[in-house]
Design a protein around this ligand. Sequence first.
Ligand code: PLP
Length: 410
Amino acid sequence: MYPTVDPLAPAGVAPTGISRRSFFRFAAGASALASLPILTEAHLAYADRPKFADPNKGIHIDANENPMGPCEAARQAMVNIIPRGGRYLFTGEEELAELFAKQEGLSPESVIPFAGSSEPLHFTVLAFTGKDRPLVIADPGYEAPMWAAKVSGAQIFKVPLADPKGEAKHDVKAMLAAASNPGVIYICNPNNPTGTCTPRSDIEYVVANAPKDTVILIDEAYIHLCDAPRSIDFVKEGKNVIVLRTFSKLYGMAGIRMGFAIGRPDLLAKITPFGGMNALPITAVVAAKASLLDPDLVPTRKKIIADTRVETIAWLKSQGYSCTPSESNCFMLDVRQPGKQVQAALAAKEMYVGRIWPAWPDSVRITVGTPDEMMAFRKDFTSVMSGSTAGLVLPKMPRRLEETPFRHMS
Ligand code: PLP
């Protein structure tokens, strides 16, 4: 029903020298090795920037990061552990998994900590998709699973979001109908880039009606930012579900790196052979623990981000623009012209937004930054939209990330 797609279509700008080095530190000849790097939001956002952007200059609301950074308790925990940095301290990882499992009413064997959720996302797709086991994903949706499917050789079925002008939710019935024997159906809730949630009843429907050996990968990277029902109970019920969590979003630890794969132990056992048994940085482990133990962190930050998002979207609406009804730290803004133009014009002012999804070429993803950043965004957006972007010289057509020299260049 849905054509298979080339995941490389939502391509990015090729690196243009020294400035992009640190974002593409991958083994030489990645394609020759029949493997592709694990791509994170940072790689995808960075690759799509119209020009090199020094992360220390300008305003960066293009990678769904959290400008608040780690909470105070996490910062202190990291400082305190530094003198012990000469040790591996494996027990810290176990304690972290146990703490999270206890808080969520899970068995500790159902939780594996990783350095962020990109690794378990990639490994789950590698483990459960393949030549005859496609990946089914929503469109627009987070692209990282497609890159992993490129490695496993799986067909990819992109299924448009249902009600794109309204709820913009996963079209679960169409996703189930897309392929007869999918290895993985990926549900991102809330969805990146729209920030929209898929109702619980729809997620229940996929879990109940998927073929018996299909894994439903539920990515809850942004779940702390909304009130939507969580999906961990599917794991408790023994369903074919793997849930991903990360400390990169609400917890402000994208650069520190910590996340969890949550699933039945027999499912998790299939993803660990791909990686993940490496020791984790003890700083990240203690910061994650301290964050989980801070009872005010989630509600406080959820409110701060929601208030800024609501104000920004209300202002955009008052200016006549429509946005997706996001419950997260990002939303899609319909700019009624090629999004690339607006992205480039804003980048010229060192206001970095994006990226653009091929399925919605006239929309640009906006990450919710600090209130000050969003006020600056309003100013620059007003100026860009009141001027003409027609004469703007656009960057050359992006080369595919596939062609990126994934070399260690530093
Ligand atoms: N899943 C989604 C939907 C994301 O947007 C991201 C990052 O933005 C990730 C997973 C991976 O994040 P990390 O590896 O930092 O946990």
